[in-house]
Design a protein around this ligand. Sequence first.
Ligand code: ATP
Ligand code: MG
Ligand code: MG
Length: 417
Amino acid sequence: SYRKGGYHAVRVGDPFASGRYIAQRKLGWGQFSTVWLAYDTESSRYVALKIQKSAQQFAQAALHEIEVLCSIYEGDPSNSKFVVRLIDHFKHTGPNGQHLCMVLEFLGDSLLQLIRFNRYKGLELNKVREICKCVLIALDYLHRELGIIHTDLKPENILLFFTIDPAKDPIRSGLLTPILERPEGGTLNGGSTTNVIEKKLKRRARRAVANISGRRDPMGGEAPKPARCLDGIDMRCKVVDFGNACWADKRFADEIQTRQYRAPEVILQSGYSFSVDMWSFACIAFELATGDMMFAPKTGQGFSEDEDHLALTMELLGKMPRKIAVGGARSKDFFDRHGDLKRIRRLKYSPLDRMLVNKYKFSETDAREFVEFLSPLLDFSPEKRPTAQQCLQHPWLNLRSSGGQSNVDAGMNKLKI
Ligand code: ATP
Ligand code: MG
Ligand code: MG
């Protein structure tokens, strides 16, 4: 994709916006862009530089994302709503064309990386609560104040930012240390890179760092250091990636959301609104607490991924009411007129609370309380799902579990160095 219309190849030390921003290292990438850590010579701060692919459709998508991010900023100038802040934007011309660039506040690893860092064991419930609160504040702001539906909420699109508790770690206190480090060394950022071009770029970047090390940290300040253990870290996160966001009264696409976080009404094409984000949110909360995806549908013999997905939701949440099952533009592809799946005839029901206890070794109390929080968000009827505002009032968010419970703590202990 590093060709005309595609990504812009960046080398460490490359200047952007007439030298205001200096590229430091690659933070991540998506279908539309690469994202680099850059040093802002004007504010003497690190920022994230999202460099869009140059072809027309990507430029259009970036303009849309900038428009959404601007309204997010205007509605919350003090930046207190756990949504990424747009600092600047500009065009950059390179060999592959003209790239729209977004300058965003620099955040840390994604929740997906956090789940991997924790070896798919599930996080301590108190940490899950902290993360849920941030995401709900963000969703309440987007939905109620701006009328925006994110439509692509998933662990990759929620990024951490840590602040260290001075009582626990006086030396590093106050530092923003958003990058996680594996216990055995090596950060998780970019850990899954297999692509040859990416590898080449990395090698080149390392050489460039050696050559122009004076540039790497122009102000001689402390570059963010990896966190080795989650102890004493106040965990917060922000929602990013507004490339697919839309206004509830101006929707663009019928097929929205990433597969595993997709709400049933989207599969059935019965129309959607803010509550699709609430469904994804519940899937994310489950994944944080257990380390496993809530729904991971697959194509099988004689049935599609969509049909498997619907079957999985019913196995966990009970049978879908007939009216809902047959009410979508695509219902006939999956359901007969009685509201039974056409190709997957026998469902293996396994209620959520039993699964948490049996498979994930939750205590009965933890399981019951967590399910009381989650299951209303997974109502098949979108209008019945609580709003983010209602969800913020839920008592589960203010419970405190004491230590010594379940598999969760056992997993955490292994990580302490
Ligand atoms: P997608 O294919 O999901 O639409 P995209 O091209 O729109 O991706 P983003 O999801 O915005 O790009 O960013 C890609 C990745 O870059 C993120 O998953 C994250 O790892 C990293 N990233 C994005 N924004 C930031 C930021 N503000 N601070 C640190 N890292 C970031
Ligand atoms: Mg993304
Ligand atoms: Mg995107």
